[in-house]
Design a protein around this ligand. Structure first.
Ligand SMILES: [Cu+2]
Length: 152
């Protein structure tokens, strides 16, 4: 009886960790501005992290030839002429990881001009830590079960 209660508690805890809405307290959307310099053949910042709902302004500065910036998944892009700055503004309403890439053929290594836009926290990272802790507790708890049964 007692072990059954613990098993139920254990399963419930696992379900809560795996499926509870996260984060519990929503983060207020912010406006974030990033300045990215584009030159052959890289972006000065290749990783942008925002929270879902944030308004994102990407100021693209071209330091040599014409470069572009296209965001996968959001299907939006801008082009900046040499020495100029262009701003791409959008609301990060789709969570996940998206590539951004140069969409103007700017030279031999052009296909390698890529970066990453992350929208949202690494929820599954924290959830998997939680599940591991519960699994360890379960492992420590349940080997005692046969002892409890024989004690009756
Ligand atoms: Cu390019």
């Amino acid at each position: 009886m007692q072990s059954r209660f613990f098993l139920l508690l254990f399963v419930m805890a696992g379900l809560v960790v795996a499926f509870a809405p996260f984060p519990v307290r929503p983060i207020a959307p912010q406006e974030r501005t990033f300045r990215i310099e584009a030159g052959q053949f890289a972006y000065s910042s290749s990783e942008i992290k925002v929270n879902p709902g944030d308004t994102v302004n990407i100021q693209l500065v071209s330091t040599d030839v014409v470069h572009g910036l296209y965001v996968d998944g959001y299907d939006i892009s801008i082009e900046a002429d040499p020495g100029q700055t262009k701003t791409l503004s959008f609301v990060a309403d789709k969570p996940g990881s998206f590539r951004f890439r140069c969409n103007v053929t700017c030279g031999a290594m052009h296909p390698f001009m890529i970066g990453k836009l992350s929208v949202g926290k690494k929820v599954w990272f924290y959830r998997s830590i939680g599940l591991s802790i519960i699994a360890i507790i379960g492992f420590l708890k349940f080997p005692r079960r046969p002892v409890l049964i024989t004690a009756h």
